[in-house]
Write a protein that binds this ligand. Structure first.
Ligand code: UT7
Length: 332
């Protein structure tokens, strides 16, 4: 029995934050943001909207499109770095409650931007071992809650949103989550970090005064490492599966920066029409970025059942990963 990617769903909050809006907040400009990142816009959750609200709306769509009843979901994994609550309860438990799903395995994972691919890997293992039948995986972020809107080097990059997928089972290899590779290197832990609020530096007046509860990034260093690591990782998974870029229908990378995607896409010889790009619309939504991009491609009518997707991702930890996945939503 293989794990199979049975459906996709996403939710984007209403409030739009454009590059022009950001010009009013920090010393930046539309031209710099577009040229260095490709980002034109991002969406921001309301104050009373939490990560679980975004996740719940994406999950409802994914479950409806899977054709399953909610009761058939037997595990919920939520990948997020912006959980509703610090430590507990997990956002997955809160989402389960909002969905009305009881007595289900539910937990969060923390792998930053790589969270969705990590969650997919866990779901694959659950299903292929026979431990679970239908796993709801979610990537959801309210990054606006940890972005410092006085720091122009980070605040222009991030947005909020959620994406979800139902991973079920299939006997057919051509309907499967074919292969996944995930990895990390903690030596680069300070490249992307929220230094305050954890056990190393608990919440205090000092943490707040020094803005240590907010996300910090060594952008330039992260950029260089991302391009090299992703190129190597994608080459490795293709070679391992005896494939080249021509075998892949859509290359769906983490949407951090157009220049990273472009550099990796060129090195791997992906034609433009195979590269899924949503970074201009949504900015970087961390764990939500890949499922939001898959959903965009599906809703625009481009992604069809049987298409082979190549996912690749890179983020805080540092973590990274890639996956070869047949899209198996029946109504597509
Ligand atoms: O999702 C997780 C993984 N994340 C990533 O992979 C992100 C990787 N990094 C990046 O995408 C890019 O490094 C950034 C978009 C963050 C920055 O682009 P960059 O080309 O690496 O710029 P830089 O950091 O080298 O800064 C160039 C200049 C600096 O000015 P000086 O020192 O040359 O005078 C910055 O102070 O741009 C300045 N700058 C800005 N100017 C206008 C930095 N941020 C801004 C800004 N607006 N928002």
């Amino acid at each position: 029995m293989y794990a199979s990617f049975k459906s996709i769903g996403a939710y984007v909050p209403q409030k739009r934050l454009t590059n022009k809006d950001l010009e009013e907040i920090v010393d930046t400009n539309d031209e710099w943001i577009k040229q260095r990142t490709g980002i034109e816009n991002r969406f921001i959750a309301d104050e009373d909207e939490s990560t679980s609200d975004l996740a719940y709306k994406a999950a409802e769509k994914a479950i409806a499109r899977s054709g399953l009843a909610k009761e058939e979901i037997d595990a919920i994994i939520c990948a997020t770095i912006t959980p509703d609550f610090f430590c507990m309860p997990s956002t997955a438990c809160v989402v389960a409650d909002k969905l009305g799903i009881k007595y289900v395995t539910a937990f969060d994972i923390s792998a930053a931007c790589s969270g969705f691919v990590y969650a997919l890997n866990i779901a694959k293992a659950f299903i292929e071992s026979g431990l679970k039948k239908n796993v709801l995986i979610i990537g959801a972020e309210k990054l606006s809650a940890i972005v410092d809107y006085t720091d122009r080097t980070t605040c222009v990059l991030f947005g909020d949103g959620a994406g979800a997928a139902v991973i079920g089972a299939s006997e057919l290899l051509e309907e499967s989550v074919l292969d996944i590779h995930t990895s990390s290197d903690g030596a680069y832990q300070d490249f992307l970090i929220t230094p305050g609020g954890g056990s190393q530096n608990p919440c205090s007046q000092k943490v707040i005064d020094e803005h240590l509860q907010f996300l910090k990034m060594k952008g330039n260093e992260t950029f260089k490492l991302a391009v090299n690591t992703l190129t190597k990782d994608v080459t490795r998974i293709l070679q391992k599966n005896d494939m080249t870029s021509t075998d892949v229908d859509y290359f769906i990378p983490h949407q951090a920066n157009f220049r990273i995607i472009d550099a990796v896409g060129r090195k791997l010889k992906f034609p433009q029409e195979k590269i899924v790009l949503t970074v201009a619309k949504y900015g970087n939504t961390s764990a939500a970025s890949i499922p939001m991009a898959i959903n965009d491609w599906y809703e625009s009518g481009k992604l069809k059942q049987g298409d082979l997707m190549l996912l690749d991702t890179f983020g805080g930890g540092l973590t990274w990963g890639s996956a070869l996945v047949y899209f198996n939503q029946k109504d597509s």
